[in-house]
Design a protein. Structure first.
Lengths: 253, 316
């Protein structure tokens, strides 16, 4: 474990897409068992940041360290195997197999057979873990349904179940409550907080809706036009004039 | 393992095993049954890629044809053992498939189909237009293979049992693989390969694994073909052969294993029956296929839904 309990360190990360600078010199550190949120208006570079951390994009500058290890430029499957799981802003499931099979395939990713020749003939029994997860998210009774037939809210939960099934140490949630009603959003944030505590997880959360973040975050960073303009406790962020300006000022999406 | 063989499949295989024992089955029909089961087994092997992994290979003719040439080359030189032929075919097809699957799985979507096709066409061109292996005539007039010294596979019934055992073993391999850890990942790749990566799976390795299993099973099928036909020609390597495998999978029902066996057998028998009546048999077959694809999107196996109220479901 890294010194000072830092689990994830984003160090001067920049990302260029051609002439467009999506991220410029973004740095922050996430401590273990924290809920750390990155907020910012649409187009601030939040999802790009997540994609750099999770291994989809190679950063143009800077480095990402996870548990003291440099993971910059590792492919997504390698990053996941180190214990960093990501959910997606746009629901990204296995649509035409059952809800339980969705979670099974995620859970067996950590079975001893995984990646070995024996995986060709053995089938690890991950049903207890998979059903347990589904029940924690209220999907237990929907387990035989095809994933594509779930409601939007249920799909958002299944999305989180898939990531959790790979037994991560750090969970990256990309706008987990996107498209939910205010009531659903409240339930979902409470549930995420509870499950993170139960499992001793560190959570890195992306949101554009500030109200979601304030209730559950230990620490918040604000991105604006690809740069970090503030970082602090939810209280500090709420009162930061630069943040208020970014959200309410003329520079909208 | 207990779920791999159901009582119903056991009955079907027992019936297939009993076929040559029926009194008065003409040798012509036993050899047609050979072709039907061989085609079915290869379609099933392709289904591992098409139905489970979501990859369409337009190059299975190369695996099939290379397997056939492997046997032909040995039989021609007096190496008659079935085991030697199968072993040699596994090596030849395995090496070729390793190269093809490495490059083809590095790309996605249509590129996979195109790369498998291009590689297969290169193989076809080599066998067809060089004299190394007999050119357009291929290798003809081969002797019968032997199971053990002195036990020649020389009667239609023995040939039939050869393909029957091949089908049974290939089916068991497919069933075990589909039900395994590996098989679950293949279905996940078919459904959403990007997400599979974010769950820690090296997608290209799994795709390559599926290609290799499918190619090797197809190669063994190719290896036993000259033991019935006594020849191997470049026609086995043409891309239309790959197309017929694909059509058989579609006819039977994607992602069901049993469906493509039925599809391949149905296709073989239909072709045989129609071509013995008219020359333009492919038009008739084409019409039948259009009807099946349009009105039976789940293939022939989808017909069972008419008898049971249960929805069709692929794998996993």
């Amino acid at each position: 474990m890294a010194r000072g309990g830092v689990i994830l360190e984003v160090d001067g990360v920049g990302k260029q897409f051609g002439a467009l600078a999506a991220l410029t010199g973004v740095s922050f550190a996430v401590s273990e068992r924290q809920v750390f949120s990155v907020i910012g208006p649409n187009g601030a570079g939040k999802s790009t940041l997540f994609n750099v951390i999770a291994g989809l994009h190679q950063p143009s500058t800077g480095a990402v360290r996870f548990g003291g290890r440099d993971i910059t430029g590792l492919p997504p499957e390698a990053v996941n195997r180190l214990g960093l799981a990501k959910t997606f802003q746009i629901t990204n499931l296995f649509p035409e197999i059952s809800v339980l099979d969705n979670v099974r395939v995620a859970a067996q990713s950590r079975a001893p057979e995984s990646g070995r020749l024996a995986s060709l003939w053995r089938r690890p029994d991950v049903d207890a873990a998979a059903v347990g997860l589904l029940e924690a998210f209220g999907l237990g009774r929907r387990r035989e349904e095809l994933a594509e037939n779930l409601s939007h809210g249920e799909q958002r939960y299944l999305e989180i179940c898939l990531a959790l099934a790979t037994a991560p140490r750090l969970l990256l949630l990309d706008e987990p409550t996107a498209g939910m009603t205010p009531g659903e959003t409240r339930d979902a944030t409470a549930l995420i907080r509870r499950i993170a505590e139960e499992r001793g997880l560190t959570v890195l959360l992306i949101e554009h809706d500030m109200s979601v973040v304030m209730g559950i975050s230990d620490r918040v960073a604000v991105l604006h036009f690809g740069e970090k303009i503030a970082e602090g406790t939810p209280e500090q962020i709420r009162n930061d004039p630069r943040v208020i300006d970014a959200y309410l000022g003329g520079a909208d999406d | 393992m207990s779920k791999v063989v159901t009582w119903r499949s056991a009955v079907v295989f027992a019936a297939l095993a009993a076929l040559p024992l029926l009194p008065g089955v003409p040798r012509y029909y036993l050899l047609l049954a050979f072709d039907a089961l061989l085609f079915g087994a290869i379609a099933m092997s392709l289904d591992l890629l098409m139905g489970y992994t979501g990859l369409v290979s337009f190059g299975h003719a190369a695996f099939y044809g290379l397997g056939a040439y492997a046997t032909a080359v040995l039989l021609e030189r007096g190496v008659l053992s079935v085991w030697a032929s199968v072993g040699f075919a596994l090596i030849v097809v395995g090496l070729y498939a390793l190269v093809v699957s490495y490059f083809a799985t590095a790309r996605r979507g249509i590129y996979f189909a195109l790369l498998t096709l291009i590689f297969a066409e290169v193989v076809y061109t080599f066998f067809r237009y060089t004299q190394t292996f007999g050119g357009s005539d291929g290798i003809q007039g081969l002797p019968d293979a032997t199971l053990f010294p002195g036990v020649a596979i020389d009667t239609p019934a023995r040939k039939y049992y050869l393909v029957f055992v091949y089908l049974l073993l290939a089916w068991l391999v497919c069933r075990v693989v589909v039900a395994s850890h590996f098989g679950r990942v293949l279905v996940a790749i078919r459904e959403n390969e990007d997400r599979a990566r974010f769950l820690g799976y090296n997608v290209q390795r799994y795709k390559m694994g599926a290609c290799m299993i499918s190619a090797l099973l197809t190669g063994v099928g190719g290896a036993i073909y000259p033991m019935r036909s006594a020849f191997a020609t470049p026609d086995l390597l043409v891309w239309t052969e790959s197309g017929e495998f694909i059509i058989s999978v579609m006819i039977g029902g994607l992602g069901t294993l049993v469906g493509p066996i039925i599809g391949g057998a149905f296709f073989t028998i239909l072709r045989d029956k129609v071509s013995s009546v008219v020359d333009w048999y492919f038009i008739v077959i084409g019409l039948v296929l259009i009807v099946i694809v349009l009105f039976m999107p789940r293939g022939l196996l989808g017909l069972r839904r008419l008898f049971r109220g249960r929805p069709w479901r692929a794998a996993a």
